[in-house]
Ligand binder design. Structure first.
Ligand SMILES: [Zn+2]
Length: 130
């Protein structure tokens, strides 16, 4: 087991310092991340919200996208952050499922309040992640 020590980290957003418990070989960047994880400022809070949204999005992509197309699921999953940050507005994939021959339109996009993940054929499976 690695031993830990108490060190000073700085929140990435508000720069407030705090004592954090870290592995002995932790870099300053890791200490700062630990401090950010514990900080209650708006920036740190928003980062945790984004991380949670990211987790939900991964889960929903597994549920809604992957059963229709593993390839699209990989692309969507790899770009959650780009969508969250607005670097990509939306990704659409059109696929045909081999078993049934159904044509699906798969979508991930950033809306006003969260991420929308949907799979549409003659009906639609849709979810929003906040
Ligand atoms: Zn902070």
């Amino acid at each position: 087991m690695k031993s830990t020590f108490e060190a000073v980290g700085f929140c990435k957003y508000c720069k407030e310092s705090r004592m954090v418990e870290a592995p002995e070989d932790a870099t300053q960047e890791q200490l700062d991340q630990l401090a950010t994880d514990e900080c209650t400022c708006q920036g740190a809070y928003a980062e945790r919200e984004r991380e949670q949204q990211h987790e939900y999005a991964v889960y929903e992509i597994e549920n809604i996208i992957k059963p229709r197309s593993e390839a699209a699921a990989v692309i969507f999953r790899d770009n959650i952050e780009n969508i969250q940050m607005g670097k990509i507005k939306q990704i659409t994939a059109t696929v045909i499922t081999p078993e049934s021959g159904d044509k699906w339109t798969l979508l991930i996009k950033r809306g006003k309040d969260g991420l929308t993940i949907s799979a549409k054929t003659t009906f639609e499976a849709k979810t929003e992640v906040f």
